[in-house]
Design a protein around this ligand. Structure first.
Ligand code: FAD
Length: 319
């Protein structure tokens, strides 16, 4: 079976859920090998985690050479690893999380190894054949890379992580990073203040509010907390100053693809849909039964969100 490289998404060695999703997808395509950019002393702990999701190998690229720089050194390291890994049969695919960094490294890598690149896939099946949404959500397309090693970035929540035991054999890989790749250095970085809720782009459930909230996000936040969900917002809510831009879902905000998306007081403009229409189940609460969002939903509630959400929150909290 051909090898599939999966770049691990982690924060200080804490492996994030999209990595397990990528490993699950990788198993449909070949034999998964995880790639860990991080400090060597965290490698064994990381290997233990990815082992549970079928990683047969873990390439450890010590971050001494890449840490503190923007993405260019990582792209160079991936190029050298891609040329070495896979043996004679080559690699079946290289999978990245669809994060800002994942997409940039993937794009640079695609140029370096002259391979096709598909970004923001919401499904990847044998082939690999991908599914993604294009032109601000106007079309859903299936696609296939026709040149080189398929490089694919996959959105969070595109697969349910499935456990299976791998060997997770740890192998150090030491790339040679050129001076040219080290021309942009990070001089300061500040962790984002935690809201105590899951990250919007990774959350399994997202509860969003729009202009229909009238600026009162309390019912949205309470409902989100009862479900352990992230909070999102439409641009109208952000432009009104009710929520920061980091919460905006849509064409000019974040793209989310949770298992469940609950849109409250949101009309369903095409630019909002672009950021959420690949969600697995969509529910809307809107007092206008002709709101366009109802064309998209699996379940709809016609009603005032200020009444519906507190009642739903109370019901869920009771259980
Ligand atoms: P509205 O369209 O005003 O809808 C409010 C809805 O709330 C209505 O359907 C109403 O029936 C309902 N409602 C009112 N009161 C209640 C109540 N008490 N209970 C229940 N329902 C109620 N938009 C985004 O969201 N994200 C983007 O990234 C984005 N990018 C854009 C980029 C461009 C270039 C442009 C031109 C626009 C963009 N927009 C984006 C804006 C988009 O076109 C819409 O204007 C916006 O999504 C509308 O937000 P809304 O649904 O909250 O407000």
């Amino acid at each position: 079976m051909s090898e599939v490289l999966v770049v691990i998404d982690h924060a200080e060695g804490e492996v994030k859920k999209p990595t397990y999703e990528l490993l699950t997808i990788a198993r449909r395509l070949g034999e998964p090998s995880a790639v860990f950019f991080g400090s060597a002393d965290k490698a064994d702990a990381v290997a233990e985690k990815v082992k549970k999701y079928g990683a047969e190998k873990v390439y450890v690229i010590d971050d001494a050479d890449v840490e503190g720089y923007l993405v260019a050194p990582k792209a160079e390291a991936m190029q050298q690893l891609a040329e070495k890994a896979g043996g004679e049969g080559g690699l079946a695919a290289i999978l990245f999380p669809s994060s800002f960094e994942g997409k940039e490294v993937a794009a640079r890598l695609a140029i370096k190894i002259e391979s096709g690149l598909i970004t923001d896939a919401v499904d990847v099946q044998e082939g690999p054949v991908t599914t993604q949404s294009v032109f601000a959500g106007s079309y859903t397309v299936t696609a296939k890379v026709t040149k080189g090693t398929p490089i694919i970035t996959v959105k969070p929540n595109s697969a349910a992580p499935e456990e299976t035991e791998g060997a997770a054999a740890v192998e150090a890989f030491t790339p040679t990073i050129s001076d040219g790749a080290k021309t942009a250095q990070i001089i300061a970085s500040q962790p984002r203040q935690s809201t105590g809720r899951p990250d919007l782009t990774e959350a399994a459930i997202v509860v969003s509010g729009g202009r229909g909230t009238g600026g009162n996000f309390e019912p949205i936040e309470n409902f989100a907390d009862s479900l352990g969900a992230a909070v999102g917002a439409s641009r109208a809510a952000v432009d009104s100053g009710w929520m920061p831009h980091a919460f905006q879902v849509g064409q000019t905000g974040k793209t989310v693809s949770p298992q469940l998306y609950v849109a409250n007081g949101i009309s369903g403009a095409i630019q909002h849909r672009a950021g959420m229409q690949t969600s697995k189940t969509i529910v809307a609460v809107n007092k206008d039964d002709e709101a366009p969002i109802f064309e998209l939903v699996d379940f709809g509630v016609v009603g005032d969100l200020h009444t519906v959400l507190p009642a739903a929150t109370e019901e869920i909290t009771k259980r």
